[in-house]
Structures are given as C-alpha cells and as structure tokens.
Design a protein around this ligand. Structure first.
Ligand SMILES: C[S@@+](CC[C@H](N)C(=O)[O-])C[C@H]1O[C@@H](n2cnc3c(N)ncnc32)[C@H](O)[C@@H]1O
Length: 297
C-alpha cells in the first residue's frame, strides 16, 4: 500500500489582522495555540527583540514549532511550552514574562492534525479513534464512545455538532460498538445513517462534536479567555479566532459582558473574516471569525 501523503503544515489564518491588532513592542505576546508556529513566526518577524511565549497542548506541534523558531528561541526572544493554555497565568509567572501586552487564541485543530491519519481527527483517511490534542492525556474518542450511554452520545452530537440526525447516528453507533475501531468504521456508520447528499456535512459535524468532547474544548475556551483577561496588562489585547458558531458565541458573549462591566473595550464591532483570496488559497480559513478586545486601563 502506498504511504499516505505527508500533510502540509498549517497556514496561519488572518495573519494581517492578527499583526495589526497585536502590535509587538514592550512586553510579551503570548500565542496560546502555537501549532506549527505560523502566527508566532509572523509576530516575531514584525519586531525583532520582542518577547513571545508559545504554548500548545500537542507535543508534536511544539516540536515542529520549536524547529521552525529555533533561531529566535536561541536568542531568548521566543519561549515555547508544551502545556494547556488554561494554565496561562501560572506559565507566565513561572517564566517571569510580565507584562503581557497581547494574547492570541487560534482555536480548534490545525490542518496538520486534521490531515494526519494517525491522530484520528479526520474522516478522509483511516486512523485510530483518538482525537486528543495531547496524546498523553485523557481518554481517546474510542474509549469515550465505548463506555458512554447512547443518550450521552446523542447529546454530544447535538450540543457539540448541532447535528440534526444526532439520535439516529447515536443509535447506529450504539448497535455497532464492537465493530467500531477506527475513523473509517465511524465514517461508514455515519454515512449509513443519513441521505447521501448530507453525508459530507454530517461527517464534519460528527467528527467535530467528538473532538470537542474528547478535548473538553468549549470549557477550555471559556477558561482560556478568563486566563487571558487576567494575565493581560491594562491596554493589552486579546485576539480570538474561532471556526464554528459554538466557539464564536462564547467569545462574543464574554467580550460583550466585559465591555458592559468596563473591563474590556471591544475592537471588532463585527468579526473579521478572511477575504475571497485567502479563503480560496487556504481551506482552513474559510469559516474563521476573528474578534479582538483590549483590557481597560
Ligand atoms: C488552529 S491550530 C493553531 C495554528 C497556529 N496558529 C499556526 O499558525 O500554526 C490550534 C492549535 O491549538 C492547540 N490547542 C487546542 N486546545 C489547546 C489547549 N487547551 N491548550 C493548548 N493548546 C491547545 C492545538 O493542539 C493546535 O495545535
């Protein structure tokens, strides 16, 4: 069998908007979702000598970003940590990186993760039902599915995938649990549960729902935004790029509450979206929405 093609690395999304909003200068910028280091490299390139901290839960992403940023790590302009961004406040304290003047959260999975069959995030190729950002932590998607009651699986699909066929798919999964070993097995069950014309979108929603559950993503987005607001110095900025309505709703609601409380100034009245050229060039950008806020002085 020919080897699967090597996935290309993640192309950073909405880079110009991120650079405009997170102006490197005095103080530290934190990229909470380093990935392959695309945004970090662009931010570091804008201001030589600025300090940047990159965090990612995925050890493979941290290793790749470390390689791509090694010249800057050697000059102690960039610090890279394998960690969960919910620990942002503690990490900044441990590394003595205050004041923090900018934080970036580029949510979800990277193109590289989605296209690496061995990680189990995608339905296009066969892989283990894993889906963990950090393969060293917590149960895999397969382990969660194996022990969850059918009603719980239905709830994940409905709440995290907004999937109209949630009940039907959950029942099909329940009836076929012993045969469910890989992403291809799951994809086949999903295909069999819905009309052909709806299969692709349904697959995307089901895989998204399970990934969100496995990584507890929505709770982490809430906690990450709180940590960012806490760690930012007055005048510091938070930029969040989200890729589906569940994430974007959390960001929008928290920013609005912060503005009403006088804690934040919202910098994006409407979310920034990629232009036609970026969306055509970079499929990962198509659903992106960027929102930014400044911590009040
Ligand atoms: C969309 S990618 C970021 C891509 C990156 N901006 C770039 O330009 O290459 C999102 C990254 O966030 C990481 N991630 C997701 N949840 C995380 C968490 N709670 N803590 C740390 N990293 C997380 C994922 O492992 C993934 O590498």
């Amino acid at each position: 069998m020919p080897a699967p093609p090597t996935p290309k690395f993640h192309e950073p999304v909405l880079v110009e908007a991120v650079l405009d909003l997170l102006r490197p200068g005095a103080g530290t910028l934190v990229d909470c979702t380093l990935g392959a280091g695309g945004h970090a490299r662009a931010l570091a390139g804008r201001a030589a000598g600025a300090r940047l901290l990159g965090i990612d839960a995925d050890p493979a992403a941290v290793a790749e970003a470390g390689r791509r940023l090694s010249d800057l790590i050697d000059k102690r302009e960039v610090f890279v940590r394998h960690d969960d961004y919910v620990r942002l406040v503690a990490i900044v304290d441990e590394l003595e990186l205050k004041p923090v003047m900018g934080v970036l959260l580029d949510l979800g999975a990277s193109w590289h993760q989605l296209r690496t069959p061995g990680r189990g995030f995608g339905f296009a190729a066969e892989g283990p039902l894993d889906m963990r950002f950090d393969p060293g932590k917590g149960p895999t998607a397969g382990e969660l599915i194996a022990r969850a009651p059918v009603g719980e699986i239905e709830r994940w699909l409905r709440e995290y995938g907004e999937e109209p066929f949630a009940r039907r798919i959950a029942r099909r999964i329940d009836e076929n649990r012993p045969a469910l070993g890989t992403t291809a097995d799951l994809a086949m069950l999903v295909r069999r549960s819905v009309p052909r014309a709806r299969q692709r979108r349904t697959l995307a929603r089901v895989f998204q729902a399970l990934r969100i559950r496995v990584n507890d993503e929505l709770a982490k987005v809430r906690a990450g935004i709180e940590a960012a607001i806490e760690v930012l110095a007055p005048g510091g900025r938070l930029v969040v790029i989200s890729y589906h309505s569940l994430e974007d709703r959390i960001v929008k609601t928290r920013f609005r509450a912060g503005a009403q409380a006088g804690e934040l100034v919202v910098l994006t009245r409407r979310p920034v979206r990629p232009g036609a050229a970026e969306a055509a060039r970079n499929p990962a950008a198509r659903s992106a929405k960027l929102r930014a806020a400044e911590k009040a002085g």
